[in-house]
Design a protein around this ligand. Structure first.
Ligand code: GLN
Length: 535
């Protein structure tokens, strides 16, 4: 009998029902009951990873400590569970096929015809069990991306069927998340789409053990009975998931519905204690009862899409809760900003955050926004590209290096204050070739950031190609822009500050990836505090 239990979360009827949040909430409850849990996401698309996907297509790309470019749901997993994920927590169809095809080229299949079944499904099953086999986890939750019935989901559903058969019903269970739509004209909740979706799953040989029903209205006893009878699920395993004010309410909602209890019973596990969400609820209380508010400008080029800056938005929320303030985020398109309108567009903001990004679209607007924040002493937080923009702005307007730029935006610039790293110069492939994952950074004791972190050596996650060009180090420092965080091995500048300004910090890394509910990121917390003080 295997030691690790596997829970699969599938989706039906519609996409965007929040499988990731349900998986993370269940994991939270199981973790608070004393189990060690991790969550994995299987994505049925053919890209090797979402690193090459446009944020408009797929939202933010989340980066793990080991440098994997992953689905944004992994961000939710980390924020909920407060433990890091890794490459093993996100697998795509592209990666599965890549492994199988490399094996075929090596001759590992000994002349056999390589097929979806069994070769692709075997590789899927192997990937699912990698985390379980580390021996670190009592329970592995695997979220299947996409919707049951999609052609590309079929091999995954088949792999789940096989695993359940091989490992036994008590070791593998399936939770199906569906939508119960409300027909306003009939004033009725409708179960038929769910019945069809379960039927689809059953046609592939998988019986859901639990149904989680997304709904805008409470589902009554009659509907629960109907769903149970027609979907072949026990009545106690019909779990309502009503729309919540915040995603951070969902663990409590699932606890009230008894999702953890049903799951433990099916897996034949007994918890040493009932889930205690004390620390979680202490956060939630502050999150929901702010004593003041701050207005933050989030300046980027994907602002119309809230998923594009998911981790930044969540990190601002965590920091707000800790400061007991409501953070009102004003998403501002950098392309809409120019010298003549910047003061109007950014007036009334208590803080300005310039987001990460790639390419030259909207760059000049970002530089204007930096200048506005610097000159008007408004707290400024530049993340990755945002930090690079701060360096360019300072070089242009204080050092008078006209046309200073990043070679990403202008390869011919006379003053390449941001430039390509030496080891990036010969790279021609786009996927997975950036500086990725966790890198050390040593802080200057005489800085804003040192007391904020409370330690001299920090480690933060990266995702970029271009760097602060150390040729300009002396000139920039002499003119007042200090490099207060440097990679101790490579000497690359990680943090810049303006000591003459109340709070002006640019970081080459992505602190947002490390902010969790129980551990809001100190830089975000201090930024929000500075914004509050600035009010
Ligand atoms: N485009 C910049 C670079 O590659 C910044 C990347 C980012 O903001 N993540 O260096």
């Amino acid at each position: 009998m295997p030691d690790t239990k596997y829970i699969f979360v599938t989706g039906g009827v519609s996409s965007s029902l929040g499988k990731g949040i349900i998986a993370a909430s269940l994991a939270k409850l199981l973790q608070s009951s004393g189990f060690s849990v991790t969550i994995q996401k299987l994505d049925p698309y053919i890209n090797i990873d979402p690193g090459t996907l446009n944020p408009y297509e797929h939202g933010e790309c989340f980066v793990t400590n080991d440098g994997a470019e992953t689905d944004l749901d992994l961000g939710h997993y980390e924020r909920f569970l407060n433990i890091p994920t890794s490459q093993a927590n996100n697998v795509t169809t592209g990666r599965i096929y890549q492994t199988v095809i490399s094996k075929e080229r090596r001759g590992d299949y000994l002349g056999k015809t390589v097929q979806v079944i069994p070769h692709i499904t075997d590789e899927i099953k192997r990937r699912i069990q990698i985390l379980g086999e580390t021996g670190e986890y009592d329970i592995v939750i695997t979220e299947l991306g996409g919707t049951v019935g999609d052609i590309e989901s079929l091999p995954y559903v088949e792999a789940v069927r096989q695993l359940q058969w091989q490992l036994g019903d008590q070791n593998v269970i399936v939770i199906h998340l569906t939508l119960i739509p409300y027909l306003a004209a009939a004033k009725e909740l409708k179960t038929k789409p769910t019945q069809h979706s379960v039927k689809e799953l059953m046609q592939s040989g998988v019986n859901p053990d639990v149904l989680v029903c997304r709904t805008e209205h409470h589902i009554n006893d009659k509907i629960r009975e109907k769903l149970a009878l027609f979907c072949n699920v026990k009545k106690e395993a019909i779990i309502e998931s009503i729309d919540a004010k915040t995603i951070y309410d969902v663990p409590n909602l699932m606890l009230e519905e008894g999702l953890d209890k049903v799951v433990l019973k099916k897996l034949n596990l007994s918890a040493s204690k009932r889930p205690t969400l004390d620390a979680w609820n202490a956060f939630l209380k502050k999150y929901k009862n702010p004593k003041a508010s701050v207005e933050i400008g989030l300046i980027g080029k994907y602002v119309e899409l809230q998923d594009a800056y998911k981790s930044i938005i969540e990190a601002l929320g965590h920091a707000g809760a800790l400061n007991e303030v409501k953070v009102n985020i004003h998403a501002i398109h950098s392309e809409d900003l120019a010298k003549n309108n910047v003061s109007k567009e950014l007036s009334g903001l208590n803080g300005i955050l310039i987001a990460p990004g790639f390419g030259d679209r909207g760059i000049e607007g970002k530089i204007e926004a930096v200048r506005f924040a610097r000159e008007n002493k408004i707290p400024f937080f530049g993340i990755c590209l945002g930090m690079q923009m701060a360096v360019i702005e300072y070089a242009r307007n204080i050092l008078n290096l006209e046309g200073a730029n990043s070679t990403e935006m202008n390869p011919e610039t006379t003053y390449p204050v941001i430039d390509l790293m030496e080891d990036q110069k010969n790279i021609t492939e786009k996927g997975g070739t950036m500086r990725l994952g966790a890198w050390d950074c040593k802080l200057d004791k005489d800085s804003i950031v040192y007391p904020v972190y409370g330690t001299e050596l920090i480690s933060e996650r990266h995702r970029h190609r271009f760097e602060y060009n150390n040729t300009y180090f002396q000139e920039l420092s002499d003119a007042g822009m200090k490099a207060t965080g440097v990679n101790p091995k490579t000497g690359l500048v990680e943090i810049i500050e303006l000591p003459s300004h109340p709070w002006f910090v640019g970081v080459q890394y992505h602190p947002e990836y490390k902010s969790t509910v129980l551990n809001p990121h100190p830089l975000f917390v201090d930024f929000i505090k500075a914004c509050l003080d600035n009010k």
